[in-house]
Write a protein that binds this ligand. Structure first.
Ligand SMILES: C[S@@+](CC[C@H](N)C(=O)[O-])C[C@H]1O[C@@H](n2cnc3c(N)ncnc32)[C@H](O)[C@@H]1O
Length: 233
């Protein structure tokens, strides 16, 4: 058989699948819009394998988020809240950098119990945010809020940003990393997400510390974005 026939077979498609090392559990966690209660069920089932699966996928979001926070030169005793903290991967990275006063909030009790075993946060707060829910936290309680992997379909969206701003002191920071937008739903188009961020700049609640920047390998082979915002309310 002439070799050219092989070249025309669906080799590219097979290669693409082989090249994508993300397992189905990771791929399906964030790919579809769904009520957050369903997302919590998803994480409950995934909880015991989450750290191994994200490690296998060389998940760099927590490290990149901690580096972004470190660049803001807050004191190591600054009060920090890790929102959508999960099993505490961001908390672990912040601890490596010397931050000593970090709380974790997540909607999933199952994930926070794993974080608790690592002893990475001072407080473990089980709460859902978004959709006009009020976090069980005071105004201006934190010097900074950090998030990694929190913004995606079925998770958090820009509607929760005013609530995050409420709990951060004026002059404090909110910074996050997230997967790039290319794989996501219509609602998660980059321009729409950024419009939500910009609107809060226009009304004077915060301003950008830098333009959002891209980094390689949020998960292996997938780009990520970093945002750092200064709260100016
Ligand atoms: C991809 S995991 C990221 C966890 C952790 N930040 C990390 O980097 O490993 C997304 C997290 O968001 C949490 N989450 C999703 N929707 C939420 C909501 N509406 N309120 C609070 N937590 C939520 C999930 O329970 C999960 O822990």
């Amino acid at each position: 058989m002439p070799q050219t026939q092989f070249k025309e077979l669906p080799q590219v498609q097979i290669n693409e699948v082989a090249k994508d090392p993300l397992n189905e559990v990771i791929k399906n966690a964030s790919i579809q819009e769904r009520p957050c209660e369903e997302t919590m069920d998803y994480y409950k089932n995934w909880a015991s394998d989450y750290d191994k699966d994200t490690s296998d996928a060389q998940y760099k979001g927590p490290q990149i988020t901690a580096e972004a926070l470190e660049k803001l030169r807050l004191p190591k005793t600054a009060r920090i809240l890790d929102v959508a903290a999960g099993t505490g991967l961001v908390g672990e990275e912040l601890r490596k950098k010397g931050f000593t006063n970090v709380d974790g909030l997540d909607g999933s009790q199952a994930l926070l119990e794993i974080a608790q075993k690592k002893n990475v946060y001072r407080r473990y707060i089980t709460a859902l945010i978004g959709d006009d829910r009020k976090a069980p936290l005071d105004d201006n309680e934190y010097d900074a809020v950090v998030l990694s992997g929190a913004f995606s379909p079925g998770h958090l969206y820009t509607d929760c940003l005013p609530e995050l701003i409420r709990i951060v002191k004026p002059g404090g920071y909110i910074c996050w990393s997230m997967r790039d937008f290319s794989c996501y739903s219509e609602r998660f188009r980059e321009d729409k997400f950024n419009e939500g961020v910009e609107e809060l700049c226009r009304v004077g609640l915060w301003k950008k510390v830098h333009e959002p920047y891209t980094f390689q390998n949020f998960l292996v082979g997938k780009e990520g974005k970093v945002y750092s915002m200064l709260v100016t309310k």
